[in-house]
Write a protein that binds this ligand. Structure first.
Ligand code: SF4
Length: 217
């Protein structure tokens, strides 16, 4: 049985698949405790692979579509996703994406891996965050640009086709917890800084939270 927090159908709002409709499966639990984490993943319902697929097909508006995308997320989905679930999703016709913090190995068969590595500690402990990455090769790396460390650090360890940088929006709480108190929390986001960084480091691409702009979940 898998511990599932929620299953919902929406548009992927972030990264290289922005704008594509997908069924999201949020798994309960995470192996990290990021101080800024605002994802509600504690509650769960125990479900079998068959029950998960059935509910995903019910939530997908066009269940007979040949290429259905799903996104396995959390929490940290690698704590639970296994071959049985991957096989069941492929049998149902799903293209399987996963969003992981990259600190745990993944089972074979996932079609698209997005690694969203977390610094997790103050910037001086960043090397530890890089060293604990278990993944080496992924499809996409997605990083929130905080302005407190150089995102290029992830390129020491990870190999990917797409490198996406997201502005930190309305998340001054974490900056305060990190001892950074000169950030204009109420004024705006750091979109301008993120764009400037990308212009100077053109390996990266801008990713905004399209689902929030579109008023979706
Ligand atoms: S890895 Fe993601 S889900 Fe886990 S604690 Fe950090 S922000 Fe939250």
């Amino acid at each position: 049985m898998y511990r599932v927090n929620e299953i919902f159908y929406t548009l992927q709002g972030e990264g290289a698949h922005s704008g594509i409709p997908a069924v999201f499966v949020r798994f309960s639990g995470c192996n990290l405790k990021c101080p800024w984490c605002d994802t509600e993943f504690a509650d769960y319902t125990e479900m079998s692979a068959e029950q998960i697929v059935k509910e995903m097909l019910c939530s997908y508006d066009t269940p007979n579509e040949r290429r259905k995308m799903c996104v396995l997320t959390g929490g940290e989905p690698s704590l639970q996703v296994d071959k049985e679930l991957i096989d069941a999703l492929h049998t149902a016709g799903f293209y399987i994406c996963i969003e992981t913090n990259g600190t745990r190995p993944l089972p074979d068969g996932i079609d698209w891996i997005t690694c969203s590595p977390k610094a997790g500690e103050p910037p001086e402990a960043l090397n530890h965050a890089v060293d604990r990455l278990a993944l080496k090769k992924v499809n996409e790396v997605k990083v929130v640009f905080t302005g407190t460390y150089d995102p290029e650090v992830w390129r020491k360890k990870l190999e990917a086709e797409h490198w996406m940088l997201q502005p930190l929006r309305y998340n001054g709480e974490w900056l305060l917890m990190s001892g950074i108190d000169d950030f204009e929390i109420d004024s705006n986001d750091n979109l301008d800084d993120t764009v400037r960084y990308i212009l100077a480091h053109p390996f990266w691409r801008l990713s905004v939270q399209l689902h929030k702009i579109a008023g979706l979940r």
